[in-house]
Write a protein that binds this ligand. Structure first.
Ligand code: ADP
Length: 542
């Protein structure tokens, strides 16, 4: 580790959860890289600190190597070692933190959506500051982003500035006030922050639940400057309608709150130099665009019969904010009007695998859910844990749905509270009767149902045990399911294709090839997708 060199420009360190293209989920990743490169071009020293995710695009990191030093950071009352890696991404120096914590925080196959995200990112925020402290860095600006690294602001002023890491001023950028990461107040203590001091209305206490703390609010209070991604959005979030509960806090810190319009990296999003494209093109070379359109049609198996048939594109995270119901409508409307439609949509619930554990009625678990859950490091919610002890009348009568969702972590449902509970009761009654009469201990129809569920692959199964209702109530799951059905419906259609995944290079091709784009967001803090579209239009001179 080297400390900062003396230079004319500022030394800026971004601590972030995303960075394009190595670890990108949405616009945050684009901004961290784009802003970093822009500042570097102006002569500033820019460094980035990221978690070392297992699911990164490692091929996009140059010269990745582990450092000899081990950084020890505090969490839950003790010190944990962190291995630190360095590499270069898009010309920017990046530190990757790999915690040696039994929770395997960044070994989940996904960036976000785990049940312990609060722990994962509060751990990371603390470890990142510890790295800067131990490396003797003297940054001018520490720039943290969104709730995942919002902890940096209070940690810096409460714990690190007093220790001597005090050269910096803190900039916090909120890319979307929809996501605030609030959690029960007690959870804040894990990263070493003082819950009693911070769970106060003028500090980190959530404005609508007094027993919860809100990392975004904490960063607004503790940062020297707070920015968001456009001047209009900065106005909007200061109103009760759109502030998501933080308008009061933003208004009382209005002097340090500013909206700065996001931009895209025009080197990366330039069809004249984009190597992901079949053919590069510019305003003077529209033939290249037609070739890309032809290439994507071939690649996706769409009809190429009519070169003039317009291609409508849509690239988005499939979350309610993005107006998914309008996207669905646009697919059918485009078909009606004789166009072609391509959707590239990523869902925060990318894969659900259902594994069931069933307590036998002889009192001896066939597959002990408790043991299985422990083995997976699960520490369930109270209600669920108490259910593990067995059902009414001392019989271990519950079914345990151990659901491992890639991208959402591990959760457990039991039959309790489910709509089909009554029918389970009835069945259980029958079973008890059978047991009394020595007629065996397992009911075949139940086992069969379990097996069916167990072996149903992705996409989300259609279970018959009430799980369906629980899952379906989750809007993101319901939407993913709905889009999977539409995707299946159109899988060999000549004019419509839905690709339900995250795919960076395909996104470039779709942007470059589409004649029209739809972005029916319900609200949009800034929206980099529209920037790309505008750029494409400018490049084409239209
Ligand atoms: P948000 O940050 O809310 O997701 P933005 O429009 O600001 O919305 O940024 C989204 C970024 O993520 C854009 O660069 C877009 O191209 C990219 N993106 C979104 N979904 C996908 C996907 N399924 N595959 C590839 N890139 C995607």
């Amino acid at each position: 580790l080297t400390s900062s060199s003396t230079r004319a420009g500022l030394h800026v360190i971004h601590i972030a959860a995303e960075m394009a293209p190595v670890a990108k989920v949405g616009g945050l990743g684009d901004v961290v890289t784009g802003l970093g490169k822009a500042l570097q071009k102006r002569g500033h020293l820019v460094e980035i600190v990221l978690p070392k995710y297992d699911c990164m695009q490692y091929e996009c990191i140059c010269d990745l190597r582990a450092l000899d030093v081990v950084v020890e950071s505090y969490f839950d009352g003790r010190l944990f070692k962190n291995k630190v890696w360095v590499g270069t991404v898009e010309g920017l120096p990046v530190y990757f933190i790999e915690p040696h914590h039994p929770g395997n925080f960044f070994w989940r196959g996904e960036v976000y959506g785990e049940h312990d995200d609060f722990k994962r990112f509060s751990f990371f925020s603390r470890a990142a500051l510890e790295l800067l402290f131990q490396a003797g860095k003297k940054p001018d600006i520490i720039h943290c982003h969104d709730w995942q690294t919002a902890f940096v602001a209070p940690l810096y002023w409460d714990l690190y500035a007093p220790k001597g890491l005090n050269s910096a001023r803190i900039c916090f950028t909120c890319h979307n006030f929809e996501y605030q990461g609030s959690a029960p107040a007690s959870e804040l203590a894990s990263c070493g922050l003082d819950v009693h001091q911070l769970n106060r209305p003028d500090r980190m206490q959530d404005n609508s639940a007094h027993d919860r703390i809100n990392p975004v609010k904490g960063a607004i209070v503790f940062s020297n400057i707070v920015t968001t991604v456009s001047p209009t959005y900065a106005q909007e979030v200061r109103t009760a309608e759109q502030g998501r509960g933080l308008h009061v806090t933003l208004n009382s810190h209005a002097k340090k709150f500013i909206g700065i319009l996001n931009g895209i990296d025009t080197d990366v999003w330039n069809p004249a130099a984009d190597t992901s494209l079949k053919v590069q093109y510019s305003a003077n070379d529209l033939q290249g665009k037609a070739e890309n359109k032809e290439a994507i049609r071939r690649h996706l198996g769409l009809s190429s019969a009519d070169v003039r048939q317009p291609l409508v594109g849509c690239i988005t995270r499939l979350v309610p904010q993005k107006g998914v119901h309008l996207i669905r409508h646009a697919i059918y409307r485009t078909m009606e009007l004789g166009g072609q439609f391509v959707l590239l949509g990523s869902s925060p619930v990318p894969h659900i695998q259902v594994i069931l554990y069933y307590h036998g009625f002889d009192g001896r678990p066939k597959n002990s859910p408790k043991r299985a859950l422990m083995a997976h490091g699960f520490r369930g919610r109270d209600r669920e844990e108490s259910d593990l002890g067995g059902g009414e009348e001392g019989l271990p009568t519950n079914f345990f749905f151990y659901i491992k969702e890639r991208g959402r972590g591990t959760r457990v449902w039991t039959t309790r509270g489910m709509e089909k509970r009554e029918s389970f009761r009835e069945r259980r009654g029958k079973l008890k009767h059978k047991m009394k009469n020595g007629e065996g201990i397992e009911e075949p129809s139940i086992s069969a149902t379990l097996l069916k569920l167990h072996f149903l692959p992705n996409p989300i199964p259609t279970p018959s045990l009430g799980l369906h209702q629980e899952l379906a109530q989750h809007p993101t799951v319901a939407q993913k399911r709905e889009f999977e059905e539409i995707a299946n419906h159109f899988q060999s259609h000549k004019h419509v294709r839905l690709i339900l995944k995250y795919d960076e290079s395909l996104s470039h091709l779709i942007f470059a090839a589409s004649d029209m784009f739809i972005i029916p967001s319900i609200f949009e803090p800034c929206g980099l997708t529209q920037h790309v579209c505008i750029k494409e239009k400018e490049k084409k001179g239209r």
